[in-house]
Ligand binder design. Sequence first.
Ligand code: GDP
Ligand code: ZN
Length: 363
Amino acid sequence: MNHQIKKAVSTLQTWGWDDTFARHFAPFAEQGYSVGRVTLEHKRMYRLQSEHGELLGEVTGKMRYEATGREDYPAVGDWVVIRPRAEEKKATIHALLPRKSKFSRKAAGETVEEQIVAANVDTVFLVNALNNDFNIRRMERYLILAWESGAMPVIVLSKADLCDDLEACLREVESVAIGVPVHVVSAERGEGLEQLAPYLGAGQTVALMGSSGVGKSTLINKLSGSEMQRVSGVREGDDRGRHTTTHRELFQLPGGGLMIDTPGMRELQLWEADEGFRGAFDDIESIAESCRFNDCSHMREPGCAVQEAIADGTLEKARFDSYLKLQRELAHLARKEDARLQAAEKEKWKKVHMQMRQRKPKR
Ligand code: GDP
Ligand code: ZN
């Protein structure tokens, strides 16, 4: 490797570049393309970090034309194939490199649309507060989301200073978090944060997930040693003032780790909590807490509190039916989207590789 290439690679590595991305990028490199990582998305304009420094990128008309859905557009954390115009600090984005992991929200309309809120996260901290809000069910849900994303989940129990019975909480957590690391911290007091260091090594990307108020911002500020989360230069109600100065949704931590904190990730949490399945059927969920079995399907298990409630009239049969129906729909939605994505991804890469082969210069 010559000196210049080495320097470029090491710049990219500070932003999370690795051998897998390099392998996917190889056919593009042969064509003289460059590469960058998305640190901010705003109205289909993308801030990128690249070997040419920070660039402002826009997708090409061709890429827009070929996009089959929102998931084909870059998201924060994505590696994108670019043609830089270094003098202007701009770039055109030609393609996305395959995502190692992704967090998305699904909008169900006529077709299922997937909106990516963060890509290429290595580790996701599932933050739960050790106070009254402590909720094992919610944690279970976040764990499912995390496993689906492809990122590695790590449970962070925050506000340790507010907990009276840590032992009991830990036992509960360990009952659902099989094989998942659990760390107890108090961001406010700066206690236990050193346990998170192994996930925050150079070029490692982390994101935080957890309900509002559990202490995510406080934790991010502590880890970044500054008020990263205070958006500088934002003028209320003025879009042009937004995102102009130092604000990034993917940024470097002092130790070399990379943090993703996008509004989408935050909305995902709200969405999960507010519009989520369980929220809509709180009554049934709370009856179900008295079922004898934790994983009761409320169909024919002994000691099912839901069936008892239907029998004694405290729960309407019709409501229970719609609960079951929604449950089935959600499962169906998840399967449908998954199959569609897999097919689309396969098709796309077949096309890309074919194009690459055709374009290879003849010797
Ligand atoms: P976010 O909504 O998840 O980003 O939560 P914030 O970081 O904004 O924190 C919500 C509240 O919890 C704030 O008032 C914080 O000061 C408080 N908080 C955060 N971390 C801790 C902690 O470790 N201990 C205690 N006692 N309070 C905390
Ligand atoms: Zn039951």
